[in-house]
Design a protein around this ligand. Structure first.
Ligand code: MF3
Ligand code: CO
Length: 263
């Protein structure tokens, strides 16, 4: 069952999403070679608590951390650890926070130093596919039109679209109906209408679409071992159009400030 949100609830959800956006900016200030994902996790948790919010992922189905940190062939749900990030890595940082009862949940794939050109292109295309999916999120369209748009664009580049994980409704719960696949045929599923709040999160593989799970019970990895990218925004449908509640502006400003490349 879909919980449609009132304008007042959507404003609360914007504030929750922006806690996450600012947390990602704190990460952008320090991420680089030699930093561990555990250090990033501690920073994120401290920052979220300082905003009178609480981590949204920690404890969710037993998940042990504030962030999901997925490096290279890890697609999503990587658990922060003591391994130092190194030049050439790509790391997807997914973060959740609950503020005033509502969840924010968004993600960005960061480059560590100089990464291979083909990985850069994967990041560029995956990020663009998120905005293409958002553009398709208009009242009168259906949920599957979002996935159709993302799949068509990313497969044109020869990439694999992960099937096993999807975007989702967002609200007082981290995962609400509807599920929002990143693939599909046009014109299927629920109609998109005002008050719908969803997290759109393309997970796109450089190689094949097949994924597996590590023994930790969480980390999703590509079967072929090639890199994967993940970008996520929270959006609300207002006046029949998508409004992006989260933002990459803060984190990209922080990267720019350090002279790092933005794709
Ligand atoms: N954005 C991720 C998702 O929607 C968040 C996962 S949180 C976890 O799947 F706790 F399940 F890892
Ligand atoms: Co999500």
């Amino acid at each position: 069952m879909i919980y449609y949100k009132t304008p007042a609830e959507i404003e609360k959800m914007r504030l929750a999403a922006l806690v996450v956006s600012r947390t990602l900016a704190e990460i952008a200030k320090i991420i680089g070679p030699g930093v561990t994902t555990k250090e990033l996790d501690t920073l994120a948790e401290d920052y979220i608590l300082s905003q009178n919010a609480v981590p949204g992922f920690k404890g969710y189905m037993g998940y042990p951390a504030t962030l999901c940190t997925s490096v290279n062939e890890q697609v999503v749900h990587g658990i922060p650890n003591d391994v130092k990030l190194k030049e050439g890595d790509v790391v997807s940082i997914d973060c959740g926070a609950v503020l005033d009862g509502f969840h924010g949940d968004h993600a960005y794939s960061f480059m560590i130093g100089e990464v291979k050109p083909e990985v850069k292109e994967l990041l560029r295309v995956t990020k663009k596919s998120l905005y293409i999916g958002i553009e398709a999120s208009r009242a009168g369209q259906r949920i599957s039109d979002i996935g159709y748009a993302i799949q068509t664009y990313t497969e044109k580049h020869g990439y694999g679209v992960v099937r096993e994980l999807t975007g989702h409704g967002l609200g007082r719960n981290l995962h609400e109906d509807p599920s929002v696949p990143n693939y599909g045929r046009r014109g299927r599923g629920k109609m998109i209408r005002n008050g719908l709040v969803i997290a759109i999160e393309p997970m796109i593989n450089l190689g094949k679409k097949e994924v597996g799970q590590l023994d930790d019970g969480w980390t999703i990895v590509t079967k072929d071992g090639l890199a994967s990218a993940h970008f996520e925004h929270d959006i609300a449908i207002v006046d029949k159009k998508p409004v992006i509640l989260s933002t990459f502006d803060y984190l990209e400003d922080a990267l720019r400030e350090r002279g790092l490349e933005i794709l």
